[in-house]
Design a protein around this ligand. Structure first.
Ligand code: GLC
Length: 441
């Protein structure tokens, strides 16, 4: 068992080791590029000991954002799931697979949960607090202000992309067109909608099994379908109208919807603070619409929000941790009692799939294991909503796992074993920003 100081040192070293000068690898080998939502969580970790580096993570991430000149301009504001700043041959599908060779910085062609306005607001609060605590650190606030002035228009463009391209009918519920966009790649919630996708016939070589045991990774048929969806996207020339209309996979993911909702709420606040009143009003309208629409995703059976197959209209009544971010998102029902029950059911919380569900698999990717950044978002949302004890229960579970096992990609909720990739950036960042006693909240 390591002391707090030791763990803090290891956490900082983990980020430094994964630092590629401006962006941080999630972990070496398995994930050799910059990932979208990983970058946001990881920036929080940097913020606790090297704020300039934290802002840099964001500048680098948004350097890969698509603009009006890319692929006809219809995807202006798009921010990719992966940005390929440098080549690597340890990952499939790498930079040459997505059909984006014409870009100065190649990217994948799908996105990921847009949590950035929330992360940026937390970083901003941290900079303001620090400079108030110690006047000699006032330059940190100035730096934060200058960075936000640059970044806010890009974040606004990104939110507009989500609402414009992924909810063209203005229903209040955006869709995703690839399970990897949800960041919860292999969740049992996608089993039904992805079964409608024809598996690719083209040969390709997976690389993930060189790093992690097959029992923890998705099966081949799943990968065949993921490749097929990737190829569909480039075959459409990335035309968002065509993709929305014809993609064989279209899902209202409660994870993306919750994260976008919270991020838009934080974006409204940041826009107001930075004098962008029109954008603030525009985002507020989206927030209001989603607030009502999300009630159609309520599961009576599981007492939580769930996802929906947007192609068939069928509710995907699968209890995953994505639906527990309700307090974080500010939805009408905060799901605190449901979180409490989940915590009673496994040795450690919060599993990515409820352990009483038939599809629960404690070792396999997003079918059971615990991800620490999800714990953080759920707990911080519950604390904001006044459920301080429950939030702390989650934090204590996370702290125990990290102390016992170190910074893994994910953890087995039934025995606490650290799994997947090691020396994982967002897990280390979660320790630095959230779990650490007296950490900034
Ligand atoms: C996996 C996860 C995804 C994450 C990425 C890098 O693909 O499912 O959420 O962003 O790894 O950590």
């Amino acid at each position: 068992m390591q002391s707090h100081e030791q763990l803090q040192t290891v956490a900082r070293e983990t980020l430094r080791k994964n630092d590629r000068g401006g962006y941080t690898l999630p972990t070496q080998g398995l994930y050799p590029f910059q990932w979208n939502w990983d970058a946001g969580i990881t920036a929080l970790g940097w913020m606790t000991f090297d704020p300039a580096r934290a802002w840099r993570e964001y500048e680098t991430l948004f350097s890969g954002q698509w603009g009006p000149d890319h692929f006809g301009g219809a995807n202006d504001g798009f921010l990719a799931q992966i940005t390929f700043h440098q080549d690597s041959d340890t990952y499939f599908p790498g930079p040459d697979q997505w059909g984006t060779d014409s870009l100065a910085i190649r990217t994948s062609s799908i996105s990921q949960p847009p949590l950035h306005a929330t992360m940026l607001r937390w970083m901003w609060k941290e900079a303001v607090r620090t400079s108030e605590r110690d006047k000699t650190l006032a330059p940190q606030r100035d730096m934060a202000e200058a960075c936000l002035q640059e970044l806010l228009p890009k974040v606004i463009a990104h939110h507009r992309w989500w609402y414009r391209c992924r909810d063209p009918q203005g229903t209040g519920l955006v869709v995703n067109i690839h399970p990897w966009e949800t960041g919860m790649d292999n969740s049992p919630a996608w089993d039904d909608p992805q079964s409608a996708v024809l598996p690719t016939q083209r040969p390709y070589v997976r690389k993930d099994l060189n790093h992690v045991d097959a029992s923890m990774r998705p099966p081949k048929i799943f990968y065949d379908r993921m490749v097929s969806l990737m190829d569909f996207n480039s075959a459409c020339g990335f035309d968002p109208k065509r993709i929305f209309a014809e993609c064989p996979y279209r899902v209202n993911d409660i994870g993306i919807i919750s994260i976008l909702q919270r991020s838009s709420i934080d974006l409204v606040a940041l826009c107001q603070e930075f004098g962008l009143q029109d954008a603030a009003k525009e985002m507020q309208q989206h927030v209001d619409r989603t607030q009502v629409a999300v009630e159609s995703l309520w599961s009576e059976r599981w007492q939580q929000y769930v996802s929906r197959n947007a192609r068939t209209g069928a509710l995907l009544d699968v209890p995953t941790s994505a639906g527990l971010m309700a307090a974080y998102a500010g939805f009408q029902k905060d799901c605190a009692d449901t979180v409490d029950s989940w915590l009673d059911e496994t040795l450690y919380g919060i599993p990515s799939t409820r352990s009483t569900y038939i599809g629960f698999e404690p070792l396999r990717y997003w079918r059971g294991p615990i991800w620490q950044h999800i714990n953080m978002l759920i707990a911080m949302g519950l604390a904001d909503r006044g459920h301080v004890e429950l939030a702390d229960r989650i934090r204590v579970d996370s702290e125990t796992l990290l102390r016992q096992q170190g910074f893994h990609e994910y953890y087995d909720p039934t025995d606490g074993r650290g799994l997947g990739g090691g020396e994982f950036s967002w897990t280390a960042a979660t320790y630095l920003y959230w779990i650490k006693p007296n950490a900034s909240r």
